[in-house]
Ligand binder design. Structure first.
Ligand code: B3K
Ligand code: ZN
Length: 849
């Protein structure tokens, strides 16, 4: 299929004043009647055909201005010739039939456990009715639902309802991708909320009967999100109700439909017994993210899908700020950077690299990526650093006043920053239009007489379709420390705009130690050959918490790299520095737990490949275990004391303080288990009273090749709980020995409860296969073959999820010729599959290059 191009954008020739929809819901034959009130769009003068998108719809009737029309749809929509269209306002009425029960792609109107629900972003509305399914067509929707079910929901405010029917009206014009409908046998966990503007809002979280006691945390997170957006951004909620629905079958995390957010139940339902601290934190973040979209996404939406980062990058940035405010900024920043490197850098350095604002796509669902989301958020973080707190606030206020109700672009977004701050952002815009992770080299010079100079060199590596790139604006936050550890220059943002650029610092008493890229002030790879002594110094003294952690991280990566490439022993300096940090009671336990986390095998493979080595997955796995063992031995004398100090005695609370204590306790337990044969982990599993502690103990045992009895007990207790059992499936694969991984997957996929058409279960199993680095990359190709088999099987049912999971192959160029050939063969087999979806076809094609 031909790609869609940004340069082809044209406004839609018609405006839609009002949409009236009527749904008569039946699993096999749902009738959808639509009435569109149209007028010509002055932005597109002249006579135009009326083109409506529509896929898989059985057209029952069509009327233009009340008169029946004979018009046959084609495979992708319906065209009403310009000649038939009256001048001025007119109405178009359609009636179609669809079968939600057979919709396994989970896009459009589908069913999950007997409940009807929708997912329209990006282009699912066209599977519901004929409509201009593009985000710049914004209209008011009125919806009538008829079904023999107790709960009938749509966007906006409830108008009226009776037995078997309900009507909804959404006063806010919106694009079709924000349409939603839910009908089912649901119960609500409810709470009232009053906005800063005095509006009384009924908040409801709708779940299947029996799940209502697992909604309290999500509701609490929602209320805190609503309050936070009022204080941090001055944005209040704008309807009388806010509904959230939890669905078991969902392709992604959640969806921000106006007034009716639909969530993967995994990101709503939580209790101490069933959810880990990480689950709670993710629920808080996603609830906030979807809520924040009400302003950044819904009130101001995107002109076209190329502008996706306009809403996603900004909304991720906002949810990161929120989580930092709720918990710890330092810990949140480290976690976000870990994620950015693991997913976005990986993407940016492989065949799927694309700009934060792409200029072409085949299937837009393939562009809901770490680049659009996470790098999109980083770009906003850089803007904020460059213009400062006040500049950012002024720009955002202007954005909301100038563009409320608009379908906007990245140009509009940058313009508000230019207008509010007087800055020229022409060069900065390259962050949006050019793919790839810049590499930042550093050279330091000390003249012996008080002047210290830092010279930076940026290189912007080629990416698919973009061989040459200009210099980027890179905000480099720098601090300088005295040899005794005192800070002589507090954090200062250097603004790099050239390929090579020097910055001078005068009047220093001694040669300083630089702390560069504090807070990870730009999404770049810092290439600095600091020696181990300097890193150890920063690990002990840096006043910037991110860079202090980063010093330990880069030290650990150096150590592991030397172990892998030179057979070196785990370096003493690293072990001692880390021990000192972990035992420092003045530091947040969550932070100390993060410092104990070793670099992942995937991250190390990328780092080794970038340094010109060919990573050997088995060796990497073995050396990383050796590294963990050395750390355990070094920390052994401190572990009992640390664990005692971190033991939580108060009743479980999913807050940052307790979570941090549990994280450090469990990190110590993992290490202790490497020395005690699993005795403490078995005990901890038996005594665990919450999922966080139970899973951590189980993981410690699985890493030792033990834990079968605990797995069996877990299964007996949780076999009827889909979400908890997803964890059970996932852990066994994630922690399988490399040569056992494929066999474990084969064994688990043969079970009757491996419901592979449920995206959560599929991801738990097949996603864990590719996340087990050494297991997936077994030299015999068993991991690759297994993944390809499952992608080919899933694709006809659910192309979106199949395409997303195919990114496991994106790193193939890192590995040796044998593995490269095996992966290429699997990608070619996928690409050659009869009837392959556009989604998976595009991904396989791009990865093959
Ligand atoms: N906007 C949705 C994602 C839709 C994905 C469509 N394939 C969730 C979010 O980012 O909030
Ligand atoms: Zn989003």
């Amino acid at each position: 299929p031909a790609p869609v191009l940004l340069s082809d954008y044209q406004p839609y020739p018609f405006l839609i004043e009002q949409v009236s929809l009527r749904f008569a819901l039946l699993p096999q034959a749902t009738r959808v009647s639509a009435r569109l009130d149209l007028t010509p769009n002055p932005a597109r003068p002249g006579q135009h055909d009326l083109r409506l998108d529509g896929e898989g719809l059985r057209l029952l009737s069509l009327r233009l201005g009340g008169t029946p029309l004979e018009c046959q749809p084609d495979a992708t929509g319906l065209t009403i010739p310009a000649a038939l269209i009256p001048a001025g306002a007119f109405t178009l009425e359609t009636e179609v039939e669809i079968a939600p029960e057979g919709n396994t792609a989970l896009e459009g109107l589908y069913m999950s456990n007997g409940m009807y629900c929708t997912q329209c972003e990006a282009e699912g509305f066209r599977k519901i009715t004929f409509y201009p399914d593009r985000p710049d067509v914004m209209a008011r929707f009125r919806v009538r639902i008829e079904a023999d079910l107790p709960v009938l929901l749509s966007n906006g405010n409830p108008v009226d309802s009776g037995a078997g029917w309900a009507e909804w009206d959404d006063p806010w014009p919106k694009p079709a991708y924000l349409f939603a409908l839910v009908a089912g046998d649901l119960v609500a966990h409810s709470a009232p909320f009053t906005t800063a503007e005095g509006r009384k809002v009924a908040l409801n979280i709708w779940v299947r009967p029996g799940d209502q006691d697992r909604c309290a945390y999500a509701m609490d997170a929602l209320i805190r999100s609503m309050q936070w957006d009022e204080t941090a951004y001055g944005r209040a909620y704008d309807l009388d109700v806010f509904n959230i629905v939890a669905v078991d079958d969902f392709n992604m995390g959640a969806m921000e439909n106006k007034g009716l957010n639909i969530f993967n139940s995994k990101f709503v339902l939580a209790s101490p017994e069933t959810a880990t601290d990480d689950d709670f934190a993710r629920i808080e973040a996603i609830i906030a993210h979807e809520y924040f979209h009400n302003w950044t996404g819904n009130r101001i939406t995107c002109r076209d899908w190329f502008q996706l980062c306009l809403k996603e990058g900004l909304t991720v940035f906002r949810d990161q700020q929120f989580s930092g405010d709720m918990r710890s900024h330092a810990v949140k920043r480290i976690e976000d950077v870990l994620m950015l490197r693991a997913r976005q850098f990986r993407e940016d350095q492989g065949p799927l690299a694309h700009p934060v604002r792409p200029d072409s796509y085949v299937e837009i669902n393939n562009f809901y990526t770490a680049t659009i989301y996470e790098k999109g958020a980083e770009v906003i973080g850089m803007l904020k650093r460059l213009v400062g707190e006040d500049g950012y606030k002024a720009a955002l206020d202007l954005y909301f006043t100038r563009h409320d109700g608009d379908a906007a672009t990245i140009e509009d977004w940058l313009k508000v920053f230019e207008d509010a701050t007087g800055r020229d952002l022409t060069q900065f815009k390259r962050w949006y239009t050019e793919a790839g992770t810049p590499r930042l080299g550093v050279h330091e010079a000390w003249d012996g007489a008080g002047t210290y100079t830092l010279t930076f060199t940026q290189t912007n590596p080629p990416t698919p379709g973009q061989p040459d790139k200009g210099a980027k604006v890179i905000p480099i936050a720098v601090g300088l420390l005295n040899p005794n550890g005192d800070e002589v220059l507090p954090t200062t943002v250097l603004e790099m705009t050239q390929a090579v650029q020097s910055f001078r610092f005068d009047g220093l008493a001694a040669r300083p130690v630089p702390s560069i890229l504090r807070g990870f002030s730009a999404p770049v790879v810092l290439e600095r050959d600091a020696d181990a002594a300097e890193r150890a110094f920063l690990l002990a003294h840096d006043t910037d918490p991110f860079n202090r952690w980063e010093a330990g991280r880069s030290l650990a990566k150096d150590v592991l790299a030397r172990m892998v490439t030179q057979g070196a022993a785990p370096a003493r300096g690293w072990l001692d520095g880390l021990a000192a940090l972990v035992c420092d009671d003045s530091l947040d336990p969550a932070y100390r737990a993060l410092a104990l986390r070793l670099p992942s095998e995937d991250d190390m493979a990328a780092t080794l490949a970038a340094a010109g080595h060919v990573p050997d997955p088995d060796r990497l796995h073995a050396e990383r275990r050796r590294m963990a063992l050395a750390l355990a031995e070094r920390l052994a004398p401190h572990l009992p004391g640390l664990m005692e100090a971190m033991r939580v005695t108060a009743p479980f609370a999913p807050d940052a303080t307790q979570a941090g204590q549990r994280a450090l306790f469990n990190a110590c337990l993992q290490l202790a288990s490497r020395l005690d044969g699993g005795a403490q982990a078995r005990d901890a599993y038996a005594r665990a009273s919450n999922m966080t502690d139970g899973l951590a103990a189980l993981v410690a045992l699985l890493d030792l090749g033990q834990g079968q009895a605990q797995l069996d007990a877990f299964e007996t207790r949780w076999r009827h709980d889909r979400l908890v059992m997803d964890k059970w499936f996932m852990l066994q694969i994630l922690h399988a020995a490399p040569d056992q991984t494929a066999a474990t997957v084969a064994r688990l996929t043969a079970r009757t409860d491996f419901d592979w058409q449920n995206p959560n279960r599929f991801r738990a199993v097949i996603g864990a296969l590719s996340a087990n680095h050494a297991g997936f990359h077994q030299a015999d190709g068993s991991g690759y073959r297994l993944l390809a088999d499952w992608l080919i099987r899933l694709d006809p049912k659910n192309p979106q999820t199949a395409a997303r999971m195919s990114t496991a192959f994106e790193t193939w160029r890192r590995y040796d010729a044998g593995r490269q050939q095996l992966i290429r063969a699997e990608l070619s087999r996928i690409a050659a599959t009869q009837g392959l979806s556009r989604d998976l076809g595009e991904m396989a094609g791009r990865m093959l290059g």
